[in-house]
Design a protein around this ligand. Structure first.
Ligand SMILES: Cc1cc2nc3c(=O)[nH]c(=O)nc-3n(C[C@H](O)[C@H](O)[C@H](O)COP(=O)(O)O)c2cc1C
Length: 277
């Protein structure tokens, strides 16, 4: 493939970005720019040794204060089948030869405190967030390393929709919570690169400034629609918002967040970490 870094960045943003390099795309930079979530997999298994290497990569991620508040659960037996049945809208869970749970783990350090006779005195919400961030960084490292090995992944935050079932299936104790599931396997499709919001909205210099939002979103919807068209027959919440000819990213996402989602998850975290929301 003879693509330059500039070409890949143009694919990611559907507009040219002055990136100060015309070199050929290779190495980690190219791999990261080419990232796509994968939702179709070959039946080919993933070797245990390769998985162990990818776990090592995941656990090489930076971790807040070196507390290492992540646990990865490899659901090898019936668990992933049950999760797939509980989330029928995402058939890629059943199709993936490997299904993992990346969990924030606020339990381990508290157990070590008990072992060493120390109190745990950190702020509960900050402590929850640190564990969530550690798990997220580990999952991203896993994804990047897996993609370097020719595998594809799809994170599944929908596991938080069925948090009580996940707690039961994976025997998660208090203070260990699912950040996301992860489908892993050899991809059998070739989806388009998902176009990101323009850096004019997401990268700020010196001060936060979203004064250009309105114009930028219209433009983003148009450019994104050309590269990642949405199926006009699959408009969300038609009963509340009807159908429209201009169904772009912003219409889709605002309809998505206008529906309640994961209202029980706060209770689980609140109970577990002693946080009152
Ligand atoms: C924390 C997290 C949770 C996600 N949950 C789901 C999910 O439940 N189901 C799904 O199909 N994709 C899920 N995704 C994948 C996103 O939809 C995807 O990353 C996004 O559309 C951008 O596409 P890309 O990864 O191909 O660039 C999740 C991604 C992240 C980072």
């Amino acid at each position: 493939m003879t693509e330059s870094i500039t070409d890949l960045i143009e694919k990611r943003f559907a507009e040219p970005v002055p990136a100060g390099t015309s070199r050929q795309a290779d190495g980690a930079t190219a791999l990261i720019l080419r990232h796509r979530s994968r939702r179709h997999f070959k039946p080919e298994p993933v070797a245990d040794g390769l998985l162990r290497m990818l776990f090592a990569c995941a656990l090489s991620a930076p971790q807040k204060s070196d507390l290492q508040q992540v646990s990865i659960i490899h659901l090898r037996t019936a668990g992933s089948g049950e999760i797939a049945r509980l989330i029928p809208s995402m058939p890629w869970i059943a199709e993936a030869p490997v299904f993992l749970l990346f969990c924030g783990d606020g339990r381990r350090i508290r157990r070590i405190c008990d072992l060493r006779g120390k109190p745990f005195a950190h702020d509960p919400l900050d402590s929850f967030m640190n564990a969530a961030v550690d798990a997220a960084l580990a999952m991203q490292n896993f994804i990047t390393a897996a993609e370097a090995e020719g595998l594809g992944c799809c994170p599944i935050s929908a596991v938080r929709e069925i948090a009580d079932d996940i707690v039961r299936i994976a025997a998660l104790p208090d203070r260990v919570f699912p950040l996301a599931g992860l489908c892993v396997g050899y991809p059998s499709d070739d989806p388009a690169i998902s176009v990101r919001l323009p850096m004019a909205l997401t990268v700020h210099v010196d001060r936060y400034d979203d004064s250009g939002l309105e114009a930028a979103i219209d433009d983003y919807d148009r450019r994104r629609g050309e590269r990642n068209p949405l199926n006009p027959l699959k408009q969300r919440a038609k009963d509340r918002f009807g159908t429209t000819d201009s169904y772009g990213w912003s219409e889709d996402k605002t309809r998505q967040v206008s529906e309640p989602e994961r209202l029980g998850f706060g209770d689980l975290i609140g109970r577990s970490f002693g946080i009152r929301f």
